[in-house]
Design a protein around this ligand. Structure first.
Ligand code: ADP
Length: 556
């Protein structure tokens, strides 16, 4: 073999911050503080503070490879930690603030976190377990008063540490294969599993996000990550935005629709990213109290399927371009993006919305295949459903402190996503369901996701979830759980509406009306809880649907 003669320049995170502080030192990072005021500083100041943080971590005894956790909203301190911890050779473990105390304790113990950086506004959530965490040596608080710090064992204050530290610092992350971050899957399917990113995988992911074929932020953008920094590294946006010197706006704890709408308007945000629940809430807010959100060029949505009706409504009512992306914690997380390609320009609006409602094409850097139950590869014809498997530069090969398992990783080097999908001839993927959420009725699959999307497009429905319930005759049947927009939707009318789109045997036998659908820590409908409610009898007695049980299967 004749080797190439190019440098082996390491893919390490310090490159981003050094580049940004030289190329765009005067660009700004703004944070909406808990009290509603704005904090603002330049990339040059940010750079110096990250160096200070490196020294502060060294003083606390942090060694390369140590896990250092964060428990915080999206803000400038959290962004400093995003860089400072990995550039000190340690591993940033972003804790999901919406987990229960038991779940938090489980993952902190599992990760063996040495220090936890805590946002003062979130203290009540961590205090109950603070003295049970045997690996944690210090809590470091920001946005907190001295009295609040007194309530935690071994508490230190972030600004005091920073003030005492010099900004003359040498990065400690010379090797690109060092671990950079640790993120636990939100556990909609089983116990949380830790995904351990490396500098190399995260730098390649950042380049991946920067592609125009992916999200492609540039210096001219104003980026608002609404997606929490503890949700799959905020989808890589903070690193990507920083590398090109985009303006960054951090929402802090202000995630309700009215302040988000105000923020987008006042800061002229161009790229905002969040889960469908957030954009659903914002849409209804804007209908009630209009704001000018015309600055937005990409309203990025992922984490769960974005209903087609909402994509359409944003474009029709506000002229806003919705960009759906699909990803997973195990994929750093970007996998696919549903942007239009040149051949779609001639489509009418409805045709374009059809494309944008798919999960999209795989971004360069991600390789995909679909397989059947026996692992046999299936065709990309837009109809054949199979399990999606992926591999690529930023895909996990194993979970943290778990042997490589065949349940999640194939022997020939692919990651099993657990998503059931179709892929069309042009490489656009559509998620039909998660393997664990499909409803199998009389031997035929029913997609809970398709039913939910259709229900949510009904004018009387705000939210909808469909789960499988055991049925003696058909194996399983779909049960729909609906949050009404107003009044009480009529099951018969809803099924009539569904019948325009789906075969009869797909229609839910029963509907239950609830005030709210339980959500996971990252805002997804929590079907584990719904199944538990059902087991506990909380969803009884469901109103009977209009269709008899013998509609449960087709053909055979
Ligand atoms: P968890 O597996 O705990 O839910 P993740 O946040 O990693 O945690 O979730 C990844 C899953 O979220 C994907 O496997 C997929 O099922 C779902 N998902 C992500 N983005 C989308 C999307 N745009 N449309 C539909 N489902 C999505």
């Amino acid at each position: 073999m004749l080797s190439g003669l190019m440098m082996e320049y390491p893919l390490t995170l310090n490159a981003i911050i050094e580049h940004a502080s030289r190329m765009t030192p005067r660009k700004t990072i703004k944070t909406k503080l808990p009290d509603g005021r704005w904090h603002e500083y330049s990339y040059a100041e940010f750079h110096l503070r990250v160096r200070r943080l490196g020294n502060a971590l060294a003083q606390l005894g942090v060694e390369p490879g140590d896990r250092v956790a964060t428990f915080a909203w999206n803000n400038y301190q959290h962004l400093e930690l995003y860089f400072g911890i990995p550039c000190a050779g340690a591993v940033i473990h972003t804790l999901n603030i919406r987990l229960s105390p038991d779940q938090l304790k489980y993952i902190i113990d599992h990760a063996e976190d040495k220090i936890i950086f805590v946002d003062g506004t979130l203290l009540p959530l961590i205090e109950p377990i603070a003295d049970q965490l045997s690996t944690v040596r210090h809590f470091v608080l920001f946005n907190a008063t001295a009295e609040q710090a007194g309530n935690l064992p071994n508490a230190l204050r972030y600004e005091e540490l920073m003030a005492a530290a010099s900004d003359d610092y040498n990065w400690r992350c010379a090797d690109e294969n060092m671990a950079l971050g640790l993120c636990y899957t939100s556990g909609t399917t089983g116990l949380p599993k830790g995904v351990l990113y490396s500098h190399r995988s995260m730098m390649l992911h950042t380049l991946g996000v920067l592609q125009a074929a992916a999200l492609g932020p540039t210096e001219a953008d104003v980026v608002l990550p609404v997606v929490p920094q503890f949700h799959a590294m905020a989808w890589g946006l903070p690193y990507a935005a920083a590398w090109v010197g985009a303006s960054i706006v951090m929402p802090g704890p202000h995630l309700q629709p009215p302040p988000l709408a105000d923020m987008i308007e006042s800061e002229r945000v161009t790229i905002a990213a969040g889960v469908p629940t957030i954009w659903n809430g914002l849409y209804h807010e804007l209908r009630k109290n209009p704001r000018d959100i015309s600055s937005i060029t990409q309203l990025v949505v992922g984490g769960s399927a974005m209903p087609r009706g909402l994509i359409e409504a944003y474009e029709r009512d506000f002229g806003v371009n919705v960009v759906q992306a699909w990803g997973m914690t195990e994929m750093s997380p970007i996998g696919s993006v549903a942007k239009l390609q040149s051949r779609h320009q001639s489509l009418d609006a409805a045709g374009r919305w059809d494309i944008k409602a798919k999960q999209g094409y795989f971004v360069p850097g991600v390789d995909a295949r679909i397989v059947d139950d026996e692992g046999v590869e299936l065709p990309w014809d837009g109809e054949t459903m199979g399990e999606l498997q992926v591999r690529g530069y930023w895909v996990a090969r194993q979970y943290f402190k778990r042997a490589a398992d065949v349940e999640h990783f194939t022997s020939d080097g692919w990651f099993r996503t657990g998503d059931v999908v179709t892929i069309d001839r042009d490489g656009y993927m559509t998620i039909t369901d998660r393997t664990k959420d499909l409803v199998k009725s009389g031997g035929e699959w029913i997609s809970s996701v398709d039913l939910e999307n259709a229900l949510i497009s009904h004018p009387d429905v705000l939210e909808a979830a469909v789960i499988a319930v055991a049925d003696e005759r058909w194996g399983e049947r779909p049960l729909a759980i609906v949050v009404p927009l107003a009044g009480e939707p009529d099951p018969e009318a809803l099924n009539g509406y569904l019948l325009e789109r789906f075969p009869k045997f797909w229609l839910p036998d029963r509907y239950v009306i609830v005030d709210e659908i339980p959500k996971t820590g990252v805002g997804k409908m929590d079907k584990k809880v719904l199944r538990q409610w059902r087991a506990d009898g909380k969803l009884d007695p469901p109103s009977p649907g209009p269709f008899p049980q013998n509609e449960g299967r087709v053909g055979n």
